[in-house]
Design a protein around this ligand. Sequence first.
Ligand code: APR
Length: 172
Amino acid sequence: MTTIEIVLGDITRQHVDVIVTAANESLLGGGGVDGAIHRAAGPRLAQAGGAIGPCQPGDAMATPAFDLDPPVRHVVHTVGPVWEGGDQGEADVLASCYRRSLQLADELGARTVAFPAIATGVYGFPSERAARIAVATIRSVPTNVQRVRLVAFDEDTRHHLQAAMAATANRV
Ligand code: APR
């Protein structure tokens, strides 16, 4: 059974096997959490991402973690949906980001994985709804990953993640 934990902080400081980044389709890096991870991992991350991209929304692709501190071994790049009001399949694409990233981390032999709040920044996905999708999807995916850390960068995101955990904790 995968343990889900919620922390407030910077994903580049997490001591986990795999860090997931909220990328754009080019995998060449950008702003937000993607920018922070690329700055921490160094320029080879963009080179490696560019060599395997583009990545379609909802899919996930892995590269080494380069200059990120150990024990981080891989960066999983996933592309979230741009929020367009909620009737363009955004929820399914976001769920797919969490599912495919976790499956890929599992294939890489990761035991601990850190996720940011994918798509809730530049892409505009409502944080509360995104939190529910994140928790429900992670709980639904069979995996050997022992610990998933949901990293909130602000209190509002942490609150929504904690509420999503509480809401699903009673469901067996
Ligand atoms: N650690 C953890 N979370 C972070 C960090 C960080 N260092 N920096 C930002 N975040 C959070 C944001 O506060 C937000 O909650 O990551 C979440 C995702 O926001 P974005 O990084 O804007 O990602 P997204 O909304 O998926 O947009 C992706 O933005 O940076 C570009 O190249 C990226 O085009 C892509 C788009």
